[in-house]
Design a protein around this ligand. Sequence first.
Ligand SMILES: [Mg+2]
Length: 103
Amino acid sequence: MELRLTANKKSRELLQKNIDYYGKWNQLSKAVSELNELIDAISIDLDTWEEEDTKNTIDEIADVIIMCQQLIMIFGIEDDVKERIKFKLERQRQRIKNKNRSD
Ligand SMILES: [Mg+2]
């Protein structure tokens, strides 16, 4: 499975300009803000489940993905994150497989 966690070259250049302009610490702080905004959006979705209005959640997911891409660039951890995603997905696949066997 091939995972791409960071944007294409042109977008990566823009993200790097963002990091250079605002600074790494500020971008980490911004990531916290964006994650909180996504938590708020999901909480509203949970409270208004029947309405299926996910417009705000889509916006906040986009913000969080952009910030996560910057975090990966700031820490230089793309391969490490990919490895952990693969590990966690495989672990979950095994859990489901084992559960289905025991049902
Ligand atoms: Mg936001």
